[in-house]
Design a protein around this ligand. Structure first.
Ligand code: ZN
Ligand code: ZN
Length: 261
């Protein structure tokens, strides 16, 4: 499946009516019958172990990939591990777009199942699932937070509690699109806050699994993980549906914390 595939046209304003108006059709190839067809899923280059124990990218040998080993010498990140179903391309990129911008919420369940099944392979144990929050203003505009929909499915399938309200988005950060890596980090740094509640106090000593749809630079996940660590979480792993492909500069999502702290 090529990256440039044109999505089936679905008018945005119809979002809530989609299920009624359209019978299920594959958001990647248009075939009728399912929102993401078996052929598109089979053709998708999903990440599978053996993978880097830190960033979850496929690895021919060893336990940690060269990029994560190099990251030990650079500034520390607050994410202990990262897993994604696969690269942000093809069928899953189409699925993210449909879930996020075209209101095809029914996609959340099958996509969350893919995520949970990926995390179940060679990933650190966690105690609680937390979605990456959107700012309330964005939720009002979109009507829902796709990360919450995915986190619900992931928590259910992994049989873990979901803590939907522990983490809040304090600032409505500008879109990350078109920003450099440094600008992305500055943009989201300090954007999150752990809610002061009895429930959230239970974060102390917990191992958290952060859930989001896409990891681009990793800046958002790192900022959220940093806030959770400050609130007492002992470990923060993240799980996303897709991951930005490795860029021309040989670097990509570098959210994961170096081994040496
Ligand atoms: Zn398809
Ligand atoms: Zn790695």
């Amino acid at each position: 499946m090529g990256d440039g595939r044109v999505l089936p046209t679905v008018r945005r304003g119809w979002a809530g009516l989609l299920d009624l108006v359209y019978p299920p059709h594959c958001v990647a190839c248009g075939r009728m019958g399912a929102w993401l067809c078996a052929a598109c899923l089979e053709g998708y280059p999903a990440f599978r172990p053996p993978w880097c124990l830190r960033c979850g990218r496929p690895l021919a040998r060893g336990r940690v990939c060269p990029a994560c080993r190099r990251a030990r010498e650079s500034a520390a990140s607050s994410l202990d591990a990262l897993r994604s179903v696969g690269p942000h391309a093809g069928a899953l990129r189409a699925a993210v777009h449909a879930l996020k911008y075209e209101g095809v919420r029914v996609l959340a369940a099958p996509l969350a199942a893919l995520m949970a099944d990926t995390y179940a392979l060679a990933s650190p144990a966690v105690d609680v699932v937390i979605p990456v929050p959107l700012h309330p203003r964005r939720i009002r505009r979109r009507g829902y937070n796709q990360a919450v929909l995915l986190a619900q499915g992931v928590a259910e399938r992994l049989d873990l509690p979901l803590a939907e309200d522990w983490l809040r988005r304090e600032r409505d950060t500008a879109s990350q699109v078109g920003l450099t890596r440094t600008e992305r980090w500055t943009n989201v740094h300090g954007a999150f806050r752990v809610v002061a509640s009895a429930d959230a106090a239970a974060l102390a000593g917990r191992r958290v699994l952060l859930v989001d749809d896409v990891c681009t630079s990793g800046a958002t996940l790192r900022a959220a993980a940093g806030t959770l660590h400050q609130a007492g979480a002992t470990a923060v792993a993240a799980l996303t549906l897709t991951r930005a492909p490795i860029g021309a500069d040989g670097r990509d999502c570098d959210a994961v914390r170096p081994a040496a702290r």
